[in-house]
Design a protein around this ligand. Structure first.
Ligand SMILES: Nc1ncnc2c1ncn2[C@@H]1O[C@H](COP(=O)(O)OP(=O)(O)OP(=O)(O)O)[C@@H](O)[C@H]1O
Ligand SMILES: [Mg+2]
Length: 503
């Protein structure tokens, strides 16, 4: 990105929009580019101090440049090669005068070595300028930048400055995804808590990072103890996932394989969609970040929701390779296809930026999305090529139900031989995995209250007392199934494959 910014500046782009919340870091980068590559002066505008040359005291303000209009006019009048950084100009995006002055600046900067950089944590480009501005996302620090932070911390503490390369790498990797300030804090905290920074502190750094990521409220680090074997059935889906467990390695790249982009798991509620998504993290040995789409939306300020999404995706990219888990994506994008857009188009804009990101992303972030209702998903979403695969998880067939019983009985440390699974499987026709589990738990409560061990009959009674979703919502389930039959790949193994498989 730094190269990109540098290229744009050298290519004499008149107007660049830089999205970042790390002002200081971004300013330093700009200053470096200005000094080394293009020999330009750097001026910073804020609405509190007006224009001040970079590196000078805030009192050294250029006369009468506090108003944005005057500041842009001032910039137009300068003759020397310069970069003018305007911090937080976005609240003025609606002002006709500001927009007009910016257009004048663009026109007069052509062929000169002058550039305006609009720097702001939110992307809010006036429509009039959309075609003229190059938008760039300032990325989070990479390993080499974090290495500087770590070195500074080690220097400051005057301890263990010599560190094995591997330890150093682990400490750096653990901090990926943090801003520079955050990384500084985390290293300092680990140092203060343990009195040192060694391999043992990697966990401290990691858990601090998890907390920081949680604090932004949109992404959440998920740790799942279950393995993929705790999911009954869905053999096709499991096979697909297992086949790709090495997909993000260097070896796969050398072999010439593309990086998987993502998958969408559609299906009947309670059949293990979320469960299998979460267990993939262990299967692939990659961190799992859940993106809570509901929290991306923020009506407090125009552009806030987009900024939330950008930040979340940026964090995910900087931690990559990683799995980005978006549960119940149909709920998040429900508003974007209908005409009844009650939120002023926010959800369709969010949806648009998400699709663009999916299309263009080059970093190894695997998107795992789940959904119950296809009719709520915009058509563009389901188009071939967007996801690597679209799987449909149906209600479990008899073999799958048997396995689900096995899994949940074993999980509760019960001897499977005590139960007639074939009979149970027959009684619970039309049940989802979640309903099977619930019936089992209900049977256990019943027996526990009577101070005895539960039996086959308790389970059957609990099953009979349950009205499964497939009955209460039979129309919806049928509709989903019909839709998926044509368009999605079944997650369960086909009958023929079942016969070939050994149980
Ligand atoms: N195939 C299965 N094998 C084992 N357990 C299952 C299976 N399906 C569901 N369960 C049990 O039911 C619970 C709920 O399932 P899960 O949350 O994965 O369903 P879901 O498909 O995501 O449903 P929803 O569409 O309502 O989100 C699981 O945590 C698990 O205990
Ligand atoms: Mg779910």
């Amino acid at each position: 990105m730094k190269e990109e910014l540098s290229v744009l500046v050298q290519a004499q782009y008149p107007l660049i929009y830089l999205v970042t919340s790390e002002e200081e870091r971004a300013e330093q980068t700009i200053a470096t580019i200005a000094q080394t590559k293009s020999k330009r002066r750097v001026y910073i505008w804020t609405m509190t101090h007006g224009i001040v040359e970079y590196g000078q005291a805030r009192t050294q303000t250029q006369h009468n440049t506090v108003s944005p209009e005057a500041a842009i006019e001032w910039a137009i009048r300068q003759r020397e090669p310069s970069i003018f950084v305007f911090k937080d100009l976005h609240p003025f995006a609606d002002s006709p005068a500001v927009t007009r002055w910016l257009r004048d600046a663009i026109a007069s900067f052509k062929g000169t070595e002058k550039t305006i950089i609009l720097m702001s944590p939110v992307q809010q480009v006036p429509i009039e300028l959309e075609k003229e501005v190059a938008v760039l996302d300032f990325p989070l620090p990479d390993m080499s930048e974090l290495n500087q932070v770590l070195t500074n911390q080690l220097d400051a503490s005057r301890t263990n400055r010599r560190m094995a390369t591997e330890t150093r790498e682990k400490l750096l990797k653990a901090a990926l995804g943090l801003t520079r300030d955050e990384a500084e804090k985390v290293y300092r905290k680990a140092q203060v808590t343990a009195g040192r920074l060694t391999e043992a502190e990697v966990d401290v750094v990691l858990s601090e990072k998890k907390q920081l990521i949680r604090r932004n409220g949109i992404l959440e680090y998920i740790e799942e103890d279950e393995t993929i074997d705790s999911v009954g059935g869905l053999e096709e889906l499991k096979h697909w996932l297992k086949q790709r467990s090495g997909a993000f390695t260097e070896r796969a790249r050398e072999y010439g394989l593309p990086q998987p982009k993502g998958m969408l798991i559609l299906g009947v509620p309670g059949c293990g969609k979320s469960l299998i998504a979460k267990t993939t993290s262990r299967l692939w040995g990659l961190p799992l970040l859940r993106l809570d789409m509901g929290r991306v939306y923020d009506g407090s300020m125009v552009g806030r929701s987009e900024a939330n999404l950008r930040n979340a995706l940026k964090t995910a990219e900087s931690i990559s390779p990683t799995i980005l888990f978006i549960d119940e994506i149909d709920k998040a994008f429900a508003g974007s296809s209908g005409s009844a857009d009650s939120d002023g188009g926010t959800s369709s804009r969010i949806f648009g930026s998400f699709l663009t990101w999916m299309q263009e992303k080059t970093s190894p972030v695997f998107v795992m999305a789940t959904a119950n209702r296809v009719e709520r998903l915009p058509g563009e979403f389901l188009r071939k090529g967007r996801f690597d695969e679209l799987f449909f998880v149906d209600l479990p067939n008899p073999e799958e139900r048997k396995e689900i019983f096995r899994i949940h009985l074993s999980k509760r440390r019960r001897d499977i031989a005590r139960f007639d699974l074939d009979q149970l499987v027959k009684v619970c026709d039309g049940f989802s995995g979640a309903e099977i589990e619930q019936a089992l738990v209900a049977a256990m409560y019943e027996a526990f209250a009577q101070d005895r061990e539960f039996t086959q009959l308790d389970i059957i009674a609990a099953i009979r007392a349950t009205l499964p979703l497939s009955k209460t919502m039979s129309e919806q389930v049928t509709a989903l199934r019909d839709w998926a039959n044509q368009r999605a790949r079944p997650a369960a193994a086909s009958v023929a494959e079942y016969q070939r498989m050994e149980f």
